[in-house]
Design a protein. Structure first.
Length: 304
């Protein structure tokens, strides 16, 4: 099996995936039409080398990041393609046709798309190529966040699903296979539900935006880093588990009223102002570094 993989698209997600794959021992060929691709790849290779040196890893244990001049050069001879280009439903099928024409017949053709399902891409391809198309949707940044949502189309083969899961696991990720396609997949649907409730609480004057974040970081955020939603409910029911939890808490939760919410940007003025007053007009690299340090510490505590 080839030890080469291709990353198509060198934006935030593509760069993070390229770093992850190289740190996992693969030769990574990166293509993007951006003018500064050589500089981006050189920086990625320096980060990979620096991380390996800091951990006293042998050169043979880590991979390399290389520039590809074309899509065809990037995918030639690879075992896995991770496409992380723009969320453009017109451009993506054309790009995958180009990828499928030049990639090996056994290569997995994965997309990082968070909105375009694999079936939309697959329907524009020949059957053998369509069977190798799959969504590999990460949480940002993928080199740090373990989850990858693996979402096959009806045309995706079982071999492709198995190879995709095996590949992501070889990179230290936690792939979860969805049983069927659904808009937003799972992680974003959960995030959307919580986002709408958070906005409604601020819009209706129940709590300020920074105080809501304090609630999240010091309760649910801590809990969910250790257990998931259903496991937490199972703990909450004591000896009776989730059945006892729902018997005791379910009716009270069902009686919680919905608050009105308007997520149109024109109605979000007060929320925007509170967030920017608390955290600044734009997120800073320093704040991102603190976030990443805490997230790494959580992963260390979980043995990941």
């Amino acid at each position: 099996m080839s030890s080469s993989v291709a990353v198509i698209g060198a934006g935030t997600i593509g760069r993070s995936f390229a770093y992850l794959f190289a740190r996992s021992g693969f030769t990574v060929r990166v293509f993007d039409p951006r003018d500064d691709l050589a500089e981006v790849v050189a920086d990625l290779q320096a980060e990979v080398t620096s991380a390996a040196s800091a951990l006293n890893e042998l050169a043979s244990q880590v991979g390399t990041v290389e520039v590809a001049g074309t899509v065809e050069d990037a995918v030639a001879g690879v075992m896995f393609v991770q496409e992380s280009g723009p969320e453009n439903p017109e451009a993506k099928p054309k790009l995958f046709a180009q990828i499928a024409e030049s990639a090996p017949a056994a290569a997995v053709l994965a997309t990082s798309s968070s909105t375009i399902p694999a079936s939309f891409i697959a329907e524009h391809l020949e059957a053998d190529a369509a069977a190798r198309v799959i969504v590999g949707h990460p949480f940002n940044p993928p080199h740090l966040m373990p989850l990858v949502e693996v979402v096959p189309a009806p045309a995706t083969s079982a071999d492709t699903i198995e190879a995709t899961v095996e590949f992501y696991r070889s990179c230290g990720r936690e792939p979860v296979v969805l049983s069927r396609e659904i808009r937003g997949f799972v992680g974003n649907r959960l995030q959307n539900a919580l986002m709408r409730e958070a906005i409604s609480l601020v819009q209706n004057g129940v709590i300020s935006a920074p105080d809501l974040d304090t609630v999240m970081k010091n309760s649910l955020g801590l809990r969910w880093a250790a257990v998931g939603q259903f496991e937490g409910m199972h703990f909450g029911g004591g000896a009776s588990g989730i059945r006892g939890f729902m018997d005791h808490i379910g009716p009270a939760f069902a009686a919680i009223e919905d608050l009105p919410v308007d997520i149109d940007p024109a109605a979000m003025g007060e929320v925007f102002e509170q967030v920017e007053q608390a955290y600044g007009p734009t997120p800073t690299p320093q704040a991102a570094a603190v976030r990443d340090r805490i997230q790494r510490a959580v992963l260390d505590a979980r043995g990941q």
